[in-house]
Design a protein around this ligand. Structure first.
Ligand SMILES: [Zn+2]
Length: 518
């Protein structure tokens, strides 16, 4: 049994959960569930980044204390993850007392070791991004994400000597000591480091400007800069430094998922901090794109914002998990429109998986008295041995695992699950016509075909489980077999062809996906 520690970024608590948050978190949840399924010891961390100027300002605008403000936002995120069926092991918040203690301890150590020194900084700072900008990042002098001119800042601050780590980080990334995926991101950060190098970075703010932050332990006039505080969640989320048990078990992260906007700060600030702390580095960072809608950036003014929670209310959590991962190609941007979503629900869920499942179960009800028949292998017609699920079972699962561990969620879903497992077997029903075999009275042949289809359906439930856990277990109930308990599942035994026992009585057949009016 190996350990698997996966993180999402902690989300900045300045607004409600949106589709980008949902994408990262669902992607992490799928991997976490898959690793639990194969028997790994999993820790899945997500949470909230709750300090900083922008939150302070938003709370003031709404006449709330920052604490009240972030408490409300944290509740909406927790609710969102509940609705999307996200099974995290910890939801870390940077206002948690233990996190605050941990940050103070690290900052003090870095200060004592000479990695943090008092100085001044002059920098372009975008309040919207909570990030410094280099001139080359600006478009016509403005932040490309916020279309505002960054503020030029010049004030006293404690600086983290990040410039020391440039060569080390280059070596680490070039030699895959931290694997950056996809390759385009790796190349991008290498050329950034080679072109611009690394500057020292302010790790504090004057408290009179930013009071909503963690006090610097060695200077009461300063609070900790928000990134310096936030990145440490990946450690404090394991209970470190107070309680080292989970840290010893799970550190370092096997993979850290993030959207492309925060990749650079991870590759520079976060890795530099770990090097200064002499902590082991994460094994991998996976950087994904954004969703557009109808080819345009989602925005309130265009009116094309897709709210993932409204989709859950309409289509159910499993479909939303599915559509997010199916419509974004690993490493690229994805596009979603409400029309496309409705179309995919109808085609893939109602007509695809839902229809296949009910066809198979109804034939077993009708032709085999609701009992899974004997598998009469030798009597079953194999129409295309290259596409036959039974003949290619090992190859199917090998490809499934290869694609999933390479984050090619869209390939797992479209190619393996919906094409090979569902469409091909649906075609098989059309071609073998079990209803005609039944009329001809060739029971052995009929049972062989029915067994093959029912076993295919059982295999499908395992393949879809990490993505659509509720649907997988609903199908299993209807098949009359045990639900999947991801913490207790003999994966490599279960995926062997033929696990469905003849004689099993199937359950009550119910529609999996209701028709939805549009
Ligand atoms: Zn900005």
């Amino acid at each position: 049994m190996s350990k698997f520690y996966i993180t999402t970024p902690i989300y900045y608590a300045s607004g409600q959960p949106h589709i980008g948050h949902a994408y990262t978190t669902v992607a992490a949840d799928v991997l976490a569930r898959y690793h639990r399924l194969i028997g790994d010891n999993v820790f899945f961390l997500t949470g909230m980044d709750e300090h900083g100027l922008k939150i302070q300002q938003k709370a003031e605008e709404q006449k709330k204390t920052p604490q009240e403000f972030v408490d409300e936002i944290a509740e909406s995120f927790k609710l969102a993850w509940e609705k999307l069926n996200i099974k995290y092991d910890n939801f870390i918040r940077t206002v948690d007392e233990k996190h605050v203690e941990g940050v103070k301890e690290v900052i003090t150590k870095l200060f004592e070791a000479g990695y943090i020194e008092k100085g001044k900084y002059e920098a372009l700072y975008c309040v919207g991004c909570e990030q410094y900008k280099t001139r080359s990042e600006l478009v016509e002098g403005k932040c490309p994400d916020h279309l505002t001119e960054p503020e030029l800042k010049f004030e006293e601050a404690y600086l983290f000597k990040m410039s020391k780590f440039k060569n080390q980080i280059l070596d680490i990334i070039k030699n895959d000591k931290v694997r950056i995926k996809p390759d385009s991101r790796k190349n991008e950060i290498i050329s950034f480091l080679e072109r611009e190098g690394l500057n020292d970075i302010a790790f504090s703010r004057l408290k009179k400007n930013v009071y909503w932050g963690i006090d610097l332990p060695f200077d009461g006039d300063h609070t900790t800069y928000v990134w310096a505080d936030a990145f440490l969640n990946y450690l404090t989320g394991l209970g470190w430094p107070q309680d080292k048990e989970k840290y010893e078990q799970f550190w370092p992260p096997n993979v850290q998922l993030m959207a492309k906007d925060i990749f650079r700060v991870h590759a520079t600030i976060w890795l530099s901090m770990l090097l200064a702390m002499k902590e082991e580095l994460p094994q991998e960072m996976f950087v994904h794109g954004y969703f557009t809608s109808g080819g345009q950036k989602m925005s309130k003014s265009i009116g094309n914002v897709i709210n993932p929670l409204e989709l859950v209310d309409k289509y159910g959590a499993d479909f939303v998990r599915y559509i997010l991962l199916k419509e974004m190609v690993f490493g690229s941007d994805g596009d979603l429109t409400l029309g496309r979503i409705a179309e995919k629900y109808e085609a893939d869920f109602a007509k695809g998986l839902g229809n296949f499942s009910s066809r198979v179960l109804k034939m077993i009800e009708k032709y085999s008295d609701s009992i899974i028949p004997q598998d009469e292998k030798q009597d079953r017609p194999i129409l295309d041995s290259k596409r036959d699920f039974s003949e290619n079972n090992e190859a199917f699962w090998a490809l499934y695992e290869q694609n999933l561990s390479g984050y090619a969620y869209n390939l797992v879903l479209s190619h393996s699950v919906f094409n090979l497992a569902i469409s091909e077997n649906d075609k098989y029903i059309e071609q073998t016509k079990p209803w005609e075999i039944a009329k001809s009275g060739n029971e052995k042949k009929l049972f062989a075909v029915l067994y093959y289809l029912a076993e295919s359906l059982r295999q499908i439930t395992i393949a879809i489980y990490p993505f659509m856990p509720e649907t997988a277990n609903k199908i299993r109930e209807q098949l009359g077999i045990k639900k999947i308990d991801e913490n207790n599942f003999d994966f490599y035994n279960e995926i062997k062809w033929g696990g469905l026992k003849p004689g099993t009585k199937i359950g009550k057949i119910e529609a999996l996906f209701p028709r939805i009016e549009n």
